[in-house]
Design a protein around this ligand. Structure first.
Ligand code: NAD
Length: 452
């Protein structure tokens, strides 16, 4: 059995059976058996089942949100928003089965046509920071395209995945189409990566484990998509609405207690605006409400574990001075105060490594060219923002920054209908939007000789 903790209290929230290789193999076998029938379900019927699942998830938002808030330590208002997105993701991809279009291509002597075929059994491996949300970004397009799935949640946060499996069966997904194995990554995750009957791995997690997955998948030429770490830049020019940029900055790095791959954890500020920006930022950080995840007013909860807290702490005692430190509860719970380091050099360890906690680095820059150079001076390339009132400059900078998801005068990264994913060591492949379906289908080309 695995003991699942509540990060805000350090109490045991649940005990769940821990799956091993045998259970993983059994889940793959069930998914494999269910595949021929599921891929053959009429597109309209598959769409109807996914709509029913979206209905059921909408009805379960409050229950799932409470479970996720307690297990992941995230504020209930955020968890509610995330569970709404889970339902919306299924609603969006419920429209896909009838729109998986092929092409007809003019060729000599016949007709050439393409079909979008499902891959088979897909292994989904997800992290603990947005447990069911990230799973839904994989589950919904995979199922809509006619694949069957084995989902492996993170060891620390298996509860909403297990609840999802029950909801899916009740909503009418046939047996074996969705299978959840809750167990260690080094055992169940690894087995999925090596398994000959798994056609693809869709992974979200650290760059380090992503690298291991890409290596492991090579043996069976498995398809792989990887959503990995980030160290994104929030680039603020002196001509921006500084008040607005400073008010928005804390949520972009302290949201989910900084345990967010899209965190804009490097705040690049034009030198002449640093003092004004820091003043406004201090006010915004000090007013952040850090506390009980189940309190409706809470904006930031605890970190996920004691290990994570120790890791985050190690970045705060480095070269860069602590300029702002917000409040956090004391006592039980894996609490960590929102912290801003300033000024930071982009060469400091805190600016180079993904901290995955509520620590922001403010890095001053001279001009546009230096801002772009610093934004790109990282192994990662997931997200980022540009704040300026100069529209032409905004467009120049977003084109020059090597990231998969960028925003102008905003810090949002994620929308159900738009593609999400990274450049460089932030991974490959795209989730959400129409692009995700390309990663859950193969193109089949058929030539029909007509003799003409
Ligand atoms: P992690 O890489 O440690 O674990 C992710 C998942 O992989 C877990 O389910 C784990 O059990 C499994 N796993 C571990 N070892 C494995 C192995 N050898 N084979 C197969 N599976 C294995 O990541 P984490 O600590 O759970 O999450 C934090 C990381 O996730 C951060 O680096 C963060 O940036 C990244 N992340 C990325 C995105 C994105 O979309 N780019 C989103 C959220 C989190």
């Amino acid at each position: 059995m695995t003991r699942v903790l509540e990060p805000a209290t350090e109490e045991v929230l649940a005990e769940v059976p821990s799956a091993g290789v045998e259970e993983t193999d059994a889940a793959v076998a069930r998914a494999r058996e269910a595949f021929p029938a599921w891929r053959s379900v009429e597109p309209g019927d598959r769409a109807a089942i996914l709509h029913r699942l979206a209905d059921a998830l909408e009805g379960a938002v409050e229950r799932l949100a409470t479970l996720e808030a307690r297990n992941a330590g995230k504020p209930i208002s955020d968890a509610r928003g995330e569970m709404g997105m889970v339902a919306a993701t299924f609603r969006y991809y419920a429209g896909a089965p009838e729109r998986l279009l092929g092409q007809t291509i003019p060729v000599a002597g016949g007709v050439d046509m393409t079909f979008r075929e499902p891959l088979g059994v897909v292994g989904l491996i997800v992290p603990w920071n947005f447990p069911l949300t990230i799973a839904s970004w994989k589950l919904a397009p995979a199922l809509a395209a006619g694949n069957t799935v084995v989902l492996k949640p993170a060891e620390l946060t298996p509860l909403t995945a297990l609840e999802f499996e029950r909801i899916a069966v009740e909503a009418g997904l046939p047996d074996g189409v969705v299978n959840v194995v809750a167990g260690p990554g080094s055992v169940c995750g690894r087995r999925l990566v090596e398994h000959e009957d798994v056609a693809k791995i869709a992974f979200t997690g650290s760059t380090e484990v992503g690298r291991r997955i890409a290596e492991g998948a090579a043996a069976t030429i498995k398809r792989v998509t990887l959503e990995l770490g980030g160290k994104s830049a929030n680039v603020i020019f002196a001509d921006a609405d500084l008040e607005q940029a400073a008010t928005a900055a804390p949520a972009a790095v302290f949201g989910n207690a900084g345990q967010d791959c899209c965190a804009r954890s490097r705040i690049l500020v034009e030198r002449s605006a640093v003092d004004r920006f820091m003043e406004a930022l201090e006010e915004a950080v000090e007013s952040l409400r850090v506390g009980d995840p189940l309190d409706e007013q809470t904006e930031m909860g605890p970190l996920i574990s004691a290990d994570q807290r120790a890791k985050v702490e190690s970045y705060v005692n480095g070269d860069a001075p602590v300029a702002i430190r917000g409040g956090a509860p004391s006592g039980r719970g894996f609490w960590f105060p929102p912290t801003v380091l300033c000024p930071v050099s982009n060469d400091d360890r805190a600016a180079r490594e993904e901290i995955f906690g509520p620590v922001a680095c403010v890095i001053p820059f001279r001009d546009e060219a230096e801002a772009v150079r610093l934004a790109n001076d990282t192994i990662y390339g997931l997200s980022g923002s540009i704040w300026t009132r100069d529209g032409a400059r905004a467009l120049r900078v977003v084109r020059a920054v090597d990231s998969g998801v960028l925003s102008i005068n905003s810090n949002t990264s994620v929308r159900v209908a738009t593609p999400f994913g990274g450049f460089k060591q932030s991974g490959y492949g795209r989730e959400l939007g129409p692009d995700a379906l390309d990663h859950y289908t193969e193109v089949k080309n058929v030539y029909y000789a007509t003799g003409g």
